[in-house]
Design a protein around this ligand. Structure first.
Ligand code: NDP
Length: 205
């Protein structure tokens, strides 16, 4: 049987785990944070591989049309209502298991020499929630926003500043560098008056 692809959730959240407001991000102006997201999700584990980003339909809608599909990544959108699309740069599937089947089919098609890179769950809350039920969702790349913002959408798991969550543990900066493939500052970042830090969490088991 095909091994299930490992999934990494990537999210920016406030200390109350707020991630969204009225269909968009609660904050603006975090350009370097968005650049980090782009670099990390694009960076392939080996030459000739392409990473995949999996998102909910509302998150897809929240991306300005000129920026989607997110370039240099395979985009998969999950929707119960949108029509299934034919294989193109962005594909729509009816559920998270269907998205994972698609990835398994692709690795099978490429046989042992897999061209399938890393698979990221990029939100929103509904899709994070579905992904967190799966064992193969082992890692969370969290940008912890240190300012408070009004939010109406929340990440389903609390990752406390202590570094010990229920079933989740924060890893050191070295482990983060090694996984993302670039050196990530452990200093507090500041842009547009908002402070934040880059973290990586893994399941406890
Ligand atoms: P999602 O992006 O998770 O999309 C929800 C949609 O996905 C549903 O309406 C449905 O689409 C589809 N869907 C959800 N679950 C399933 C399922 N089990 N099977 C099939 N389809 C499913 O929406 P949220 O409202 O949770 O999150 C969006 C918010 O999050 C926005 O404010 C966005 O800006 C924010 N966000 C923040 C991020 C951050 O890092 N801070 C990252 C990503 C998003 P349909 O209705 O078409 O059937």
């Amino acid at each position: 049987a095909m091994p299930l692809p490992e999934l990494t959730l990537i999210v920016a959240a406030t200390s109350k785990m707020g991630i969204g407001l009225r269909g968009t991000l609660p904050w603006t102006g975090l350009k370097k944070e968005m650049a980090y997201f782009a670099r990390v999700t694009k960076r392939a584990p080996s030459p000739g591989t392409t990473n995949t980003v999996i998102m909910g339909r509302k998150t897809w809608d929240s991306i300005p049309p000129r920026f989607r599909p997110l370039k240099e990544r395979q985009n998969i959108v999950i929707s119960r209502s949108l029509e299934r699309s034919s294989p193109t740069e962005s594909q729509t599937v009816g559920s998270l298991p269907e998205a994972l089947n698609l990835l398994s089919q692709q690795s099978k098609a490429f046989e042992s020499e897999s061209k399938i890179g890393k698979a990221f769950i990029i939100g929103g809350a509904q899709i994070y929630d579905a992904a967190l039920e799966l064992k193969q969702a082992r890692r969370i790349l969290l940008t912890r926003i240190l300012s408070d913002f009004e939010c109406d959408t929340f990440f389903p798991v609390v990752l406390p500043e202590s570094g010990e969550g229920i079933g989740w543990r924060r890893k050191g900066q070295e482990a983060l560098y090694a996984w993302v493939g670039e050196s990530v500052s452990e200093e507090v970042q500041e842009e547009a008056g908002t402070k934040y830090v880059f973290e990586m969490w893994e399941r406890d088991d």
